[in-house]
Design a protein around this ligand. Structure first.
Ligand SMILES: *Cc1c(COP(=O)(O)O)cnc(C)c1O
Length: 343
């Protein structure tokens, strides 16, 4: 096995997350589903402006930004992006400027509804906001971000761009290699083996880091990726490509097998940012059984996947099944209209 401390230690890292996050038993849910081995990794509690999975990813992007003496960090995402909100928070914490580009990725939101949740937090954090009218063109979003960066450079600034597109090095996935190591240690402390990990799979950075991390540390447990943005026929190749990119970045050789990549789009509902009845049911189940606050865009779909697979008997009964709660709580408030007003 490669010396992972040496592999990871080559990448500069900023520290601002609350780590390690807790691993908690989900015994109420487990009783309901007939499983005694369900756990949740509380990555909604990473801190940094209300938490979420982007904190771990941003530690490496900001590490790189600081190493090259950047003074402004640029990022693009949906109006209700948790990534953008946590990036703004990280920049504030480290005393850097931050400019964010918000894409219209989700149509059909009620007037004013997009102004709450993450967007409100972005404004409170006081970062510069750019609007980008297109929502499904990663290359165009990145190109526009580069144009903004060029403007900053022309004024004598030192911008650092966090790209969206899958042709850029998956630096943030290192944060989920760290998380894979934490999960292995968490279950080890409980005297358990790791049975499986269940996570949302969006840009695929989290999925890629967890899967590659497990294999780097010699663990063969499956990682079940629940699609939140794209169908499996697009998402699985994307995950595999990102794993190969991460392996190349680490210089560790191939550790992930093609057959290790598993995604399901059965819980995608109407697509990115669209909630189905199963999505809303998962939010209520999470709240009522485990006091987990889930969001309709990401974590409720992943949780619906966990529940669906448990009902089909598709989860291992031996070892710990770890659901990664990737955060997203602030985004929930932009979707209050999906519930009928209380009587
Ligand atoms: C971004 C995000 C995800 C998806 O993570 P990726 O690394 O983009 O696949 C899942 N959950 C929440 C809450 C997110 O903000």
């Amino acid at each position: 096995m490669p010396d992972t401390d040496v592999l990871l230690g080559r990448f500069p890292k900023a520290a601002f997350s609350h780590l390690p996050t807790p691993l908690a038993a989900m015994s109420n849910l487990g009783r309901e589903l007939g499983y005694s081995n369900l756990f949740v990794k509380r990555d909604d509690l990473t801190g940094l402006g209300m938490g979420g999975n982007k904190a771990r990813q941003l530690e490496y992007y900001f590490g790189a930004a600081l190493a090259e003496d950047a003074d402004t960090v640029l990022i693009t995402g949906a109006v209700q992006s948790n990534f953008v909100r946590q990036c703004a928070a990280a920049a504030r914490k480290l005393g850097l400027d931050c400019e964010i580009q918000l894409e219209n990725r989700v149509g059909g939101m009620p007037e004013g509804q997009e102004k709450v949740g993450n967007y409100l937090l972005d404004r409170l954090l006081g970062v510069k906001v750019h609007h980008f009218p297109i929502g499904e063109d990663e290359a165009a979003a990145d190109a526009n971000l580069e144009a903004i960066a060029a403007g900053i450079r022309a004024r004598g600034g030192r911008p650092y761009v966090i790209h969206l597109g899958a042709e850029h090095a998956p630096l943030g996935a290192l944060g989920y290699v760290d998380c894979a190591r934490e999960i292995i240690a968490d279950v080890d402390r409980l005297g358990l083996a790791l049975g499986a990990i269940v996570t949302a799979s969006g840009s695929a950075i989290t999925h890629t880091g967890l899967l590659t991390g497990l294999r780097l540390f010699g663990n063969e447990a499956p990682v079940f990726g629940v699609c939140v943005r794209r169908k499996s026929d697009i998402q699985s190749p994307r995950v595999l490509k990102r794993c190969r990119d991460l392996e190349a970045m680490l210089g560790a050789g191939a550790v992930v097998a093609d057959s290790d990549v598993w995604t399901s789009d059965a819980y995608l509902a109407g697509g990115y940012g669209k909630a189905g009845t199963e999505t809303l049911a998962a939010i209520e189940t999470g709240a009522r059984l485990e006091t987990l606050i889930l969001d309709p865009v990401y974590t409720a779909k992943a949780f619906a996947g966990l529940i669906g697979m448990a009902r089909q008997g598709a989860l291992p009964k031996n070892g710990a099944v770890v659901f990664v709660h990737t955060g997203g709580g602030p985004g929930l408030f932009a979707y209050a209209h999906l519930w009928a007003p209380a009587a």
